[in-house]
Design a protein. Structure first.
Lengths: 301, 418
């Protein structure tokens, strides 16, 4: 939308004003995320820039909050012997991280497995009651989390699943499936059905066709659906608040109590690490999307 | 294809009519497609739908009283709720109090009746302690223990509690009280909070949706008109917040907005306000709206962007060549074409924001609390699960109506991520 040569003064002014407005909105979007990175190196226990930090005084910066991630909760943070074992066993954030990855992994596995199968079924033209079933399967994304979590808390405690990791895994798998269905269905829209017929005509049975022909083509969609499911579980806190025992706290749950109870820049240090993880995941999803579009013969956009 | 040819119905190789064979094949392929979906459908039903249904059932069905006080439930059912309680009712009550005390369930019963008439909790627990020693006539024995037992309102509260299937909780969720004679009346003025809360939740969601639209529209427009390479780069600025943890973003807003935070420091430095009069931007409604707008903005930008990408620039050029001013070309030609995107984005943002819980709970302070926060409180703190279920039922109903509209005008299979 370059400005044409014949543009009037008014148009020129509007053109630049518009760009400035957009720049402000982009700043609004990104600043909060970027601002926590320098703040997490603050030597003071505040959420604000000290004078020393503004003068770029090296004394005003430190890694103490990053050290605190490991030390918080340890039996003897200054002991030399057995430091690693102590940290791995006792540090609160490390335990939360282990829980997050454990729950996230199994929830993703469940969501991706069921979700991919269902998406393949749903994209077949002969699927009965497609609209109704689709809206049921997408509903975990739409129903307010508090209702979902309260319902699961109420029901799971009757069947003995609350306060267990299993309960959280089931909850997170249910919350992650809509994302898998949406991404895999989107990949299947461009899928050329004659490939399946070609494979069958060459003597492959449906299972072999699925693994050798269909799966490699939809794999990028499946992986990015899986990443969405993982980030959903990794980021989810309401179900954890209702269902988790103190041992099963995840990273967001730990951040939640950090914000509510003892606000310390350790949270900012953890947040910085999480931002870096999100950047990694975002890059992966973007690369997968391009690969998928290339595989399907579309120009990557 | 005609059903009957001169030589009879058309036959397949094995002799069955072709039409039947085709129907069989179609049926099989439908079964196969459904078989692929079935595992997930069962999983979602078992882990998601059934739990929500069981919770919602609690909103109209609470059998605490009936379960632990069976004898008095039976006599209360026959009582007309107006005449004075009979000796038979007192006898049944004492018998129930004794068993409930033995099974240690009296606390649950007392809490249940207390919800219908506050101040009755200790009446039950203390009378149950001495109930085992009581002798006939039970009426005098109970009134002797506590004269509140002569109060007919206590008995009316018990009658309401004894009805397991009850509209009382839904009535409470819309600020009405349910009386023992089956009538409804508005709750006391200082206890009418939920209707206001629902309205507040809708108002906040509307405000967030409007903010998202105002901020999202220009950005989506810019992104859709820039060359692909630049717009992809700028898109990262939209997608990164989308992928960043909700709690990280909420924490970031606390760091930005609190009174000793970054924004207030800037305001003081540039002289917008003095050091002792910093703006209170967080732990109130302002903070909730700012943080929610930031969190939900990508949900507005992404559908708008994908619609705007599909609008050919020649439409606007054609309008201008026919003499339209810039504004007319935008308002009469471009804007109407973007309405599907606005609808999709606005509905999604609105649906997500009326159920929002985390951000209001963390940055909302006292007056930024929304309906979800009250549901969570009733689930976890006051343990009034039936009221939580009733409030949740109303919230869910409004979300499902919006979801249905979304499905009608956008179609859930058109939902896109990133």
């Amino acid at each position: 939308m370059a400005l044409p040569i014949y543009a009037s003064t008014g148009e020129r002014i509007w053109y630049y004003t518009f760009r400035v407005i957009c720049a402000c909105i982009f700043i609004f979007l990104i600043t909060p995320i970027l601002i926590i990175i320098p703040l997490s190196f603050n030597v003071q226990p505040y959420f604000t820039f000290t004078e020393g930090m503004l003068k770029l005084d090296p004394e005003a910066y430190s890694l103490r909050w990053y050290a605190d991630i490991f030390r918080n909760g340890m039996a003897a943070p200054d002991a030399v012997e057995g430091w690693w074992a102590d940290m791995w066993q006792n540090a609160q954030w490390v335990r939360a991280m282990k829980n997050s990855f454990f729950i996230g992994f199994f929830a993703t596995l469940l969501a991706t497995g069921f979700g991919t199968l269902a998406a393949i079924g749903l994209s077949r033209s002969e699927m009965p009651y497609k609209g109704l079933i689709m809206s049921i399967l997408i509903s975990p994304m739409i129903v307010p989390l508090v209702i979902t979590a309260a319902g699961m808390f109420y029901f799971y405690s009757q069947v003995g699943l609350s306060q267990t990791k299993m309960g959280i895994i089931l909850a997170h798998a249910a919350l992650g499936t809509p994302f898998v269905i949406i991404t895999v269905t989107a990949t299947l829209v461009g899928f050329d059905k004659s490939l399946v017929r070609a494979s069958a005509s060459l003597g492959a049975n449906p299972v072999r066709t699925f693994w050798k022909v269909q799966m490699p083509l939809i794999l990028p969609g499946v992986i990015s659906g899986g990443l969405f499911a993982f980030i959903t579980s990794f980021d989810e806190v309401v179900a954890v608040l209702f269902l988790a025992s103190p041992e099963d706290r995840t990273i967001p749950r730990q951040m939640w109590s950090g914000i509510r109870e003892q606000i310390s820049p350790t949270i900012l240090a953890v947040a910085t690490i999480l931002v870096i993880i999100s950047i990694g995941l975002l890059t992966m999803v973007e690369l997968l999307r391009r690969r998928s579009e290339r595989l399907r013969g579309l120009t990557p956009g | 294809m005609s059903d009957v040819s001169p030589t009879g119905p058309m036959l397949a190789a094995d002799g069955t009519p072709l039409k039947k064979k085709l129907a069989q094949a179609l049926f099989l392929s439908r079964v196969r497609a459904f078989g692929l979906v079935a595992p997930l459908l069962l999983f979602i039903l078992a882990s998601f739908i059934v739990p929500i249904m069981t919770l919602l059932w609690q909103g109209v069905h609470n059998n605490t009283y009936e379960k632990y006080m069976p004898q008095s439930t039976a006599v209360l059912a026959e009582w007309d709720a107006v005449s004075a309680p009979t000796e038979e009712m007192y006898a049944a009550l004492v018998a129930d109090l004794v068993t409930a005390r033995e099974t240690r369930d009296i606390g649950k019963v007392a809490t249940r009746v207390n919800r219908e008439k506050s101040g009755t909790r200790s009446l039950f627990t203390s009378s149950a302690r001495s109930a085992a020693k009581m002798e006939t006539p039970f009426r005098e024995a109970l009134i002797d223990k506590d004269e509140d037992w002569a109060d007919i309102e206590v008995w009316q509260a018990m009658k309401i509690a004894s009805l397991s299937l009850t509209p009382a909780f839904y009535a409470a969720a819309v600020d009405y009280t349910y009386n023992a004679d089956g009538s409804f009346e508005p709750a006391e003025e200082n206890r009418q909070i939920y209707v206001f809360l629902f309205l507040k939740t809708f108002a906040v969601s509307l405000a967030v949706t409007v903010c998202c639209f105002l901020l999202g529209y220009p950005v989506a427009y810019l992104l859709s008109t820039l060359p692909m390479r630049t717009s992809n780069l700028l898109m990262i600025l939209v997608l990164l917040p989308f992928w960043t943890s909700l709690l990280v973003r909420t924490t970031a807003w606390i760091a930005m907005l609190q009174s000793q935070g970054v924004l207030n420091d800037i305001f003081v430095t540039i002289g917008l306000t003095s050091d002792d009069q910093r703006f209170s931007l967080i732990y109130n409604m302002t903070g909730t709206i700012i943080a929610m707008t930031h969190i939900l903005l990508p949900f507005m930008i992404l559908p708008l962007y994908s619609v705007m990408r599909g609008i050919s620039p020649s439409y606007v050029r054609a309008a201008k060549s026919l003499g339209a001013t810039n504004w007319t070309a935008f308002w009469r030609v471009y804007f109407p074409a973007t309405i599907p995107g606005i609808g999709a984005g606005a509905l999604l943002v609105f649906i997500l924001s009326i159920g929002y819980y985390i951000t209001p709970a963390l940055v909302g302070g006292q007056d930024g609390q929304l309906i979800s926060n009250f549901i969570a409180d009733h689930m976890q703190k006051t343990l009034n699960w039936s009221l939580a279920a009733a409030l949740g039922g109303l919230l869910l109903a409004s979300v499902l109506i919006l979801y249905w509209i979304y499905d009608k005008i956008v179609g859930i299979d058109n939902m896109k991520l990133g």
